[in-house]
Design a binder for this molecule. Structure first.
Ligand code: S3P
Length: 420
């Protein structure tokens, strides 16, 4: 297989959600350039509108007009979060800090995901959570307002939970302190600091000091490293050529997959490194290598948690064993990704087995692959196996290609464009 060309994958999903939320909560007009126009981000925009915020239709250059941290109104409809865990958990923090009640709903996949992880700290601050089904899934009603400050030791590494607590503290104007045992993506902290909020980060402790301030700000949204990784893997497993991925966010809390690909033997270079919108960006140039199996352990998982499906597909093209541990969080993503990765690798003819907290892929460099992939509606499973399916001679049938639109609506077109 030969790959060739350059592409700018769409805007970062995590930063896009946060840019809309902080724009709506800020004072005045915030410009957002390069927002990701995908289903998940539409969910955040819709939820903010249901709460009375002025969020126009998503476009590459848009303005969100905020009415301040206390400007949201009690909703007259449910907050439909679609497939988006980030929308649900971060907005649970925003609603918890506001004097209003809201009912959160979502699709079947989202409704199965655990919300107790945000309900526990936010309840301790004084918000009230109620769940209609047994367990801690959606629908969930949050009654917010009159919160007190919180010091919280994270139960598991989660940027969503950390962000929910920070947003609750911000909106309710109370101090919060979050202790992380391993660092997770820090976009919320960076963006709050960029908007004049007193947030301090020191040795795994994130502190928000109430300052009654959230400035409007211009946000440039860099290209999403999670989306870029699909194409970095495509280049890594190709026979010749290279792919140039423009404007990718290389924040160290997000770029673990690029390090793993280098360790596997691929060539992944950063060119034209620069800082924009509070984040470090680069052109990521990825090219083939003779891939070998690697170990990925718990400490590295938060920096590549969303990239594990496609790294597992890279591992199927490598020689030797790839062992991933400390990744039990994958069980509660858009699907049980440990199960989905292993079952689908086997379905297309690769060797893989489940571990309670990860998986093992035994590669013999063999290709192509053939079989039917069950995505369970999970966008990252669909795209990961789409990459294996691009190998000439592969016959990989992905049961639901459309779910890529959750994070990367143009994925299949871009894939067809760069494979020669
Ligand atoms: C995200 C955090 C991660 C990640 C998700 C986006 C965020 O989830 O998997 O896709 O934007 O904060 P966790 O916080 O559950 O690890």
């Amino acid at each position: 297989m030969r790959v060739d060309g350059s592409l700018r994958v769409p805007g970062d999903k995590s930063i896009s959600h946060r840019a809309l939320m902080l724009g709506a909560l800020g004072q005045g007009a915030s410009r957002v350039r390069g927002v990701l126009q995908s289903l998940d981000v539409h969910s955040t925009a819709g939820v903010l509108r249901t709460l009375g915020a002025e969020v126009p239709a998503l476009s590459g250059d848009m303005v969100v007009t905020g009415r301040g941290r206390v400007g949201l109104r009690a909703p007259t409809a449910d907050l439909d979060c679609g497939n988006s865990g980030t929308t649900t958990r971060l907005m649970a923090g925003v609603v918890a800090g506001s004097p209003l009640a809201a009912r959160f709903i979502g699709d079947a996949s989202l409704s199965r995901r655990p919300m107790g992880r945000v309900a526990r700290p936010l309840s301790q601050m004084g918000a009230r959570f109620s769940f209609e089904e047994r367990g801690d899934g959606l629908p969930m009603t949050v009654q917010g307002g009159a919160l007190q400050g919180l010091t919280w030791r994270m139960e598991a590494a989660s940027a969503q939970v950390k962000s929910a607590i920070l947003l609750a503290g911000l909106v309710a104007d109370v101090p919060v302190e979050v202790h992380e045992s391993s660092p997770t993506r820090d976009h919320t902290e960076r963006m709050l600091i960029g908007r004049g909020v007193d947030v301090r980060v020191d040795d795994g402790v994130v502190t928000l000091v109430p300052s009654s301030r959230l400035d409007a700000a211009d946000q440039m949204v860099p290209a999403d490293p999670s989306s870029a990784t699909f194409f970095a893997v495509l280049a890594a497993i190709a026979d010749t050529g290279a792919l140039s991925l423009d404007d990718v966010c290389i924040n160290p809390t997000r770029s673990g997959a690029f390090n793993v690909l280098r360790r596997m033997g691929a060539s992944v270079r950063y060119e034209d490194r620069r800082v924009d919108g509070g984040e470090e960006l680069a052109r990521v140039v990825a090219a083939p290598g003779t891939l070998r199996g690697v170990e990925i352990e718990a400490h590295e998982v938060p920096s590549l948690v969303d990239e594990l499906p496609v790294l597992a597909c890279a591992a199927a093209c490598a020689v030797g064993e790839t062992r991933v541990t400390g990744a039990s969080e994958l069980r509660v993503k858009e699907s049980d990704r440990i199960k989905a990765i292993v079952e689908n690798l086997r379905a297309v003819g690769a060797h893989a087995e489940e571990l309670p907290d990860g998986f093992v892929v035994s590669g013999d460099g063999r290709r192509p692959f053939a079989g039917r992939v069950a995505t369970h509606g999970d966008h990252r499973i669909a795209m990961a196996f789409g990459i294996l399916g691009a190998i000439p001679g592969s016959q990989v049938i992905v049961d639901d290609r459309d779910c890529a639109a959750v994070s990367f609506p143009t994925f299949w077109e871009e894939l067809a464009r760069v494979v020669r």
